[in-house]
Design a protein around this ligand. Structure first.
Ligand SMILES: [Zn+2]
Length: 229
């Protein structure tokens, strides 16, 4: 359990069938081509607009309708500038570390960070919350940087396990400590609104490192997040 990676509830990790609900994680790195940023955002928006228009046309929609006319452009801008902007390293938040001058050496917990991500198998939303904790190594960051980092990795086509581990790895590097924990609980609209149409299930993933591999420390964190256990 070096990586302390856990997976629970209804997440399927087997890959012995390839039905389209099988959310199988293949890599911790987002699978992205090396030429991904050779074309700039404005060209990407133009290309996606054209292709999304084609999808709508294939579906039989009337693109002359006032309500639909601007949709391809709207979707293209939203993909590049908003919901998938975390694909591009230039959008990664910059972080300044400060000395921990209060010598605060207890667990610091930030809970209920909003997560809006997108299932990379269906391109529909994953909506949930992230809970993060760390022990300072002598350095601290502004709390909003943690939220921004969660948002950055969320704004990609994602798999929840990968998102969890990417955030944990980033925090370990950013905070210069191994003592990091991340929990994400989220609803997947591809499960709720289609497929098995299970509206009540949610998926919980966690990534524990350093001191959080100790069950007492982990329990303290869980108590802050969920109240008395
Ligand atoms: Zn999905």
């Amino acid at each position: 359990m070096k990586d302390g990676f856990q997976n629970s509830k209804n997440f399927k990790m087997n890959n012995d069938s390839i039905d389209d609900d099988n959310h199988f994680l293949t890599s911790i790195e987002t699978p992205i081509r090396s030429d991904a940023f050779e074309i700039d955002d404005e060209i990407k928006i133009e290309l996606i607009e054209k292709k999304f228009r084609e999808i709508m046309e294939v579906l039989g929609l009337d693109l002359n309708d006032d309500s639909l006319k601007e949709t391809p452009k709207r979707v293209a801008k939203m993909y590049v500038k908003e919901i998938f902007k975390g694909l591009d390293p230039k959008n990664k938040p910059s972080v300044t570390l400060f000395e921990n001058k209060y010598k605060f050496n207890q667990m610091l917990v930030e809970k209920d960070i909003a997560v809006y991500s997108y299932c990379e198998h269906h391109f529909v939303p994953i909506i949930g919350k992230a809970h993060v904790a760390y022990f300072s190594s002598g350095k601290v960051v502004g709390l909003s940087k943690i939220n921004r980092m969660v948002q950055y990795y969320s704004k990609r086509p994602q798999v929840q396990e990968r998102l969890t581990v990417q955030i944990a790895n980033e925090l370990r590097e950013m905070l210069q400590t191994e003592d990091v924990a991340v929990i994400i609980e989220a609803d997947h609209l591809c499960v709720a609104s289609r497929g098995v149409q299970d509206v009540s299930s949610s998926t919980i993933t966690s990534s524990y490192h350093g001191k959080f591999l100790d069950s007492n420390v982990r329990e303290e964190f869980l108590k802050y997040v969920y109240g008395a256990l």
